[in-house]
Design a protein around this ligand. Structure first.
Ligand code: NAD
Length: 504
């Protein structure tokens, strides 16, 4: 097959193309200018990806692993450059940018290394009735996967779909958030340096319309990460062509603190889990339920820790600005509503919401039916509620339309409580730990979406099961023929009675 190269655009075409700017949210400086790709552009990208996908699939697990591991090396060696771009487009501190890059690199290595073991051909037991057959299952690539990503973790989040889809043998067309197009382009450009032969991983840039066009461009699966409201639009668009979807949406994650918990560790985790990245984390802590026996001690420690951190763009600031300006109003509304309904701000409050930055805010006595407890705030805020026991904590934590992740601090009952939490992932005596373990699946329940990225489940999400039954020898009982005799039917009836007819 010949390689498919992009036709260079003429100057007239370039001039006619609509563009948009990516801004630094701390300064409004233009970080870069990118094309608004039209439905035609997206269709062309998917068409090119289609041709590239057969070449990529044909490389086999070993060929893909070798290239993905080389890409991983490039990501690692140039991580400082990528972190600078993430910092510029999102405003998050360099350290936080590095953290998400490090995790994405580890996931890339894992997906590349484990794809063959998880997806490669495997023998299954054929069963007594079909003992003459060899049963084989293997997971084949879907073809072209469309990925639509958010801005809050512009490397880690989309890479959870991109690298698992690539490792499974698919080509990828990625539409990054309009707030972080530069990061998306950087990822595709570095991949193309390692895999120059075909456009196996392409990026299209633009707003919601470009994303909607990707849903309708004939991809074999659409992996979306973003808000539940957009997730519903994506599903509706994909339904037109029966295109499969994976939805990684928002959350309202709870952290539970049991009476025997390590309270200082729980307080530290609650503040970091709730406020790092300015609270703009899908699996960030938003609500805390604390056993009455340790409540006062926990609240005091949370206040101490939260009072010691602040937002800003200087080196001492622990987190940066609110990346999406429209979110400021949502955070302000949640805090105001909580306070007007009897809640108290022990740290921060309404004044904590500025023009770009939101300072840490810790709310107590907030009614359970208020916006600050029920809706995704996506800011550096925590609500803390006292509970009689862990049954009440579980009931309150589970009373949410979301179900992304959760955390439990308990010395004796951590795993037991984790099992009872209605969420896709739970950390015990830590927060967000599951995200750094590549072998664990990641995904939600309810309005947090469905489908899984990461781990073996994440690889299978981007593949289709292929079943092969191969006759090894002629069967003693010929079942699949019109020449089947009454005697055969009687023998089968006897056999099935012996096998399955026993009363228990
Ligand atoms: P968003 O829903 O506004 O946008 C996400 C992406 O969808 C963007 O690329 C956007 O351009 C695109 N889009 C918008 N309208 C579209 C349409 N009609 N058709 C197709 N694409 C369209 O979300 P956001 O503000 O970028 O991200 C924040 C949200 O993402 C939060 O709710 C957060 O919890 C969630 N999130 C979830 C996870 C997870 O893994 N579950 C991870 C990170 C973020």
């Amino acid at each position: 097959m010949t390689s498919v190269k992009a036709e260079p655009e003429t100057t007239a075409e370039q001039a006619a193309r609509e563009t948009f700017d990516s801004l630094d949210p701390a300064t409004d400086e233009v970080v870069g200018t990118y094309p608004v790709h039209t439905a035609d552009d997206v269709a062309t990208a998917v068409e090119r990806a289609r041709a590239a996908s057969s070449w990529w699939a044909g490389l086999g697990f070993a060929g893909r692993e070798e290239r993905l591991q080389r890409w991983k090396g490039v990501l690692t060696r140039r991580s400082a450059q990528l972190a600078e771009l993430v910092h510029a487009e999102t405003g998050k501190p360099h350290g936080d940018a590095m953290l998400e890059i490090v995790l994405a690199i580890d996931h890339t290595a894992w997906a590349a290394k484990h794809a063959r073991k998880v997806l490669g051909p495997k023998r299954r037991a054929a069963g007594l009735l079909m003992a003459n057959q060899a049963a084989i299952v293997e997971y084949q690539p879907l073809g072209v996967v469309g990925v639509i990503g958010p801005w809050n973790y512009p490397v880690f989040t989309p890479m959870g779909s991109i690298v698992y889809a690539l490792a499974a043998g698919n080509a990828v067309v990625f539409k990054p958030s309009e707030l972080t197009p530069g990061v998306g382009k950087w990822l595709a450009d570095t991949f193309a340096e390692v895999v120059p032969e075909h456009p196996v991983f392409q990026v299209v840039t633009g707003f919601g319309e470009t994303g909607a066009a990707l849903c309708r461009a004939g991809v074999d699966k659409l992996a979306f990460t973003g808000s539940p409201a957009t997730g519903k639009k994506i599903m509706a668009a994909c339904a037109e062509t029966l295109t499969q979807v994976l939805i990684e949406a928002g959350g309202k994650d709870a952290l539970l603190v049991d009476s025997d918990a390590d309270v200082p560790a729980a307080a530290d985790a609650a503040v970091w889990g709730g406020m790092s990245n300015a609270g703009q984390t899908c699996v960030g802590v938003e609500r805390v339920y604390v056993h009455e026996r340790v409540y006062d001690d926990f609240v005091k420690k949370v206040v101490d820790v939260a009072s010691s951190v602040r937002a800003g763009s200087d080196a001492e600031a622990k987190f940066g600005p609110i990346t999406m300006p429209a979110q400021l109003e949502i955070i302000r509304r949640h805090i105001a509503d909580a306070l007007s309904r009897g809640g108290r701000a022990l740290v921060g409050g309404e004044d904590a919401v500025g023009d770009r930055y939101v300072q840490p805010t810790v709310l107590v006595d907030v009614p359970e039916d208020s916006a600050a407890v029920r809706e995704e705030t996506f800011g550096p805020t925590l609500t803390i509620a006292k509970v009689r026991d862990m049954d009440e904590a579980i009931a309150k934590a589970n009373d949410s339309r979301y179900g992304l992740a959760s955390a439990v601090f308990s010395k004796s009952r951590g795993v037991e409580l984790a099992r009872r939490l209605r969420s896709g992932m739970t950390s015990v005596n830590g927060v967000i730990s599951f995200a750094g373990i590549p072998s664990l699946p990641f995904g939600g329940i309810g309005d947090s979406g469905f489908g899984r990225i990461h781990g073996p489940e994440g690889l299978r999400e981007f593949a289709r099961a292929k079943a092969i039954a191969k006759q090894r020898f002629k069967p003693p009982l010929l079942l699949t023929t019109f020449s089947r005799t009454a005697k055969t039917d009687a023998t089968v009836a006897k056999l099935i009675t012996v096998l399955h007819g026993k009363r228990r």
